[in-house]
Design a binder for this molecule. Structure first.
Ligand code: CA
Length: 231
């Protein structure tokens, strides 16, 4: 079962540990950062679905981090919930205008925090239980299953992640290095030709159901998932 990955950016260790404890208990995978610098590294390497960002952090404000992340195309799918001890309306607006998807004021109950996280993940579409379909292909993220015309296609974990990324970003060309960043994670040392190897395996698996035409090579540029198949 696929789980959502949540990054907790909070410099106060007792609060961070309390949040992580409740998130783990609710079934989320968690990552922890005590400052913006390490948050950025984890974002690039681990690609979480959502970040809980405290307003007051030692190296940069959580608001500035949120602004930067929302401007950055590499993080366009990251949902952000800001945490703050400040309750006034001005900060709430500043947080939301800075690009945060929601805002939780300290002190909060774990139950409330988890309800807000669930709501934001549903809205942002990064809820991993979603099913994505395109033509004859269906990817069931909850069951980690892919089928073509109802017949299950067995994929390795990397081919599955690659197909999921491509199916959720159709009709756009991605270079090998962009695919490495988005599917493997930045700062993971993998050669670009590794992408070709996995694309080949993915196509081979899809070809068994004559569905390999969805994955197109764009010469000199990279790969694209065509939502129209081979037409
Ligand atoms: Ca803090």
């Amino acid at each position: 079962m696929a789980t959502n990955k949540i990054l907790v950016v909070e410099d106060e260790a007792p609060i961070r540990e309390m949040i992580v404890f409740h998130l783990s208990r609710a079934g989320y995978e968690t990552l922890e950062a005590a400052d913006c610098r390490s948050a950025r590294e984890l974002l690039a390497d681990e690609r979480p679905d959502l970040a809980l960002v405290d307003w007051m952090l030692p190296d940069m404000s959580g608001l500035e981090l949120t602004r930067q992340l929302k401007r950055d195309k590499d993080n366009d799918e990251l949902a952000i919930i800001m945490l703050t001890a400040r309750a006034d309306e001005f900060d709430k607006i500043a947080g939301l205008e800075g690009g945060a998807d929601d805002y939780v004021t300290k002190p909060f109950s774990p139950r409330e925090l988890i309800a807000r996280i669930q709501a934001v993940l549903r809205r942002s579409g990064s809820d991993n239980d979603d099913t994505v379909s395109s033509g004859v292909l269906t990817l069931d993220a909850a069951g980690h299953r892919v089928s073509a015309n109802g017949t299950e296609i067995k994929l390795g974990p990397t081919e599955y992640r690659l197909l999921k990324f491509l199916m959720t970003h159709p009709d756009r060309v991605y270079s090998r290095s962009q695919l490495l960043d988005r599917v493997w994670g930045a700062n993971v040392y993998v050669e670009e030709r590794t992408v070709d190897v996995h694309v080949r395996r993915l196509r081979k698996a899809l070809a068994a159901e004559a569905a390999d035409d969805y994955i197109q090579t764009v010469r000199g540029a990279g790969y694209r998932f065509s939502s129209r198949g081979s037409q």
